[in-house]
Design a protein around this ligand. Structure first.
Ligand code: GLN
Length: 465
């Protein structure tokens, strides 16, 4: 697929469309859409910014590659003055008082945020049905879910309502909806992009990342958002990824996890398609190694234990005092309890209760610390594997997207559908979904900080698939 950013940039430069017309066109599409992708539109600010870009172009000034490009923001990012609801009842009226570093960098580059996008509340979910704004409908098959938690963002990109969108990925929330809606979605190495101003779900795996229609767009947006930030001590400085993604000759060995494919939960279609990709890679002369990894149920239970513990802790700040819709009770304790019971969704409450349970005295050694220990083992195993292979390919999900309503009845099945995404989150590894190969795409993963290698190999795979 061609780069939306470059295409729009050229149209603006050649005055084939004005930025105001472009932004207006996208806003209209967003307003009219029936996929429930929009939590709020940023109409006034977007049109003001568009006018400035138009004035610059009229003056004959040069514009940067992202200048005037309309983009979407998952509604978990702070963007000063905008409603920032996390798709929750709790924060329905909350307006951000500051702007996330990642979004600020895009603003500084001249990109124009036009919409806050629907998602699973606080990132809790895999279908974008856990939201007060209505379930997000899949871009391709509207009777199926949009995926989650960044469902609104992926659908907006797929439908070209936005040129790209910024999602958040804690355990797959960029990669899975990208796969479900047939677009690209990248979770960078943990720490490459600042989390400052991203509402915390599980801080130790939360990642900011782009969803887009081409690898080139992913690259441009990733480069713009990356970098060390004093406001997030887990960030590191990274090199700009160059335009030339054709150096994949470096990639000699590709691995895949045999037990992911032999897992009984995988659908026949996904399995057959995936094995066909492996054959195609082999046919190019690249060596392919079948590796064995931790079983999916271990990855899922380790991830959910830690994610629930961290979200219980992070969300304890929401009690109606500093943030959120307060509901008065008879006394303070009562107020907290009513406020939290009424405002959190069922799914979020399930996670807060579960998280507090695994952190509580008498359980934490058995459960929380065990999960931490397993996480270390998972990371160590990845390090070993990357001594043997340059990149790892895997399916994004075991099967195609569920119908609207199905996952709500069976949370456990929903958690298990994250089997192939959560491990790479625990490993802090850069992982990209490309919309090819299987019905829900393929993931490409490289070792920590090797984000460029992921994009290079994706470029190569795009050519052979
Ligand atoms: N589906 C996973 C979860 O609910 C991942 C969500 C995410 O990455 N925010 O935890």
């Amino acid at each position: 697929m061609e780069s939306q950013i470059i295409r729009i940039h050229q149209q603006l430069m050649h005055k084939e469309i004005s930025c105001t017309e472009l932004v207006q066109e996208k806003l209209t599409l967003l307003k009219q859409n029936t996929h429930h992708t929009v939590n709020s539109l940023l109409e006034t600010s977007a049109l003001t910014l568009a006018k400035k870009v138009d004035a610059k172009i009229a003056n004959g000034e040069k514009i940067g590659i992202l200048e005037g490009i309309p983009f979407g923001v998952k509604d978990v990012y702070m963007l000063q003055g905008t409603y920032t609801t996390a798709s929750s009842q709790f924060l329905k009226e909350y307006k951000a008082s500051y702007t996330a570093t990642s979004i600020q960098k895009l603003l500084d580059a001249g990109a124009i945020p036009i919409v806050k996008e629907n998602c699973d509340s606080f990132g809790h979910g895999s279908s974008s049905e856990n939201t007060i704004f209505g379930a997000v409908l899949n871009a391709v098959h509207p009777d199926l879910v949009g995926g989650g938690s960044s469902g609104g963002s992926a659908v907006n990109v797929a439908k070209e309502f936005t040129a790209f969108s910024i999602g958040g990925d804690t355990g797959g929330s960029i990669r899975q909806p990208a796969g479900y809606n047939k677009v690209y979605g990248f979770k960078p190495t943990y720490g490459r992009i600042s989390r400052y101003g991203l509402m915390a779900y599980a801080s130790s795996t939360d990642c900011v990342g782009p969803i887009a229609k081409s690898i080139e767009d992913i690259r441009i947006v990733l480069n713009t958002m990356s970098g060390k930030d004093v406001k997030d001590q887990t960030t590191y400085g990274s090199e700009v990824i160059s335009e030339d993604l054709n150096s994949s000759k470096k990639i000699k060995t590709v691995g895949y996890y045999r037990n992911f494919i032999e897992n009984e939960a995988i659908s026949k279609d996904v399995k057959d398609d995936f094995l066909a990709i492996i054959e195609k890679i082999k046919a190019t002369g690249i060596e392919v190694k079948a590796l064995t990894f931790f079983d999916a149920d271990i990855l899922v239970s380790t991830y959910y234990t830690l994610a629930m513990a961290e979200t219980a802790s992070n969300l304890s700040r929401l009690d109606g005092t500093n943030y959120g819709a307060r509901i008065e009770g008879e006394n303070l304790k009562d107020t907290y309890s009513i406020t939290r019971s009424e405002n959190f969704s069922e799914e979020s409450k399930r996670r807060i209760v579960g998280g507090n349970q695994v952190l509580s005295q008498g359980f934490s050694d058995e459960i929380y610390l065990k999960a931490q220990h397993l996480r270390n083992q998972i990371s160590a195993r990845f390090s070993e594997d990357f001594k043997e292979v340059d990149v790892i390919v895997s399916p994004v999900t075991p099967s195609s997207p569920p119908k609207i309503g199905e996952s709500l009845n069976d949370p456990l099945a929903m958690y298990l559908s994250d089997a192939y995404t959560v491990g790479f989150s625990l490993g802090e590894l850069p992982t990209l979904t490309i919309p090819k190969g299987t019905s829900t795409g393929i993931q490409i993963t490289a070792d920590k900080k090797q984000d460029a290698e992921v994009l290079q190999f994706a470029n190569f795979l795009n050519d052979i698939l």
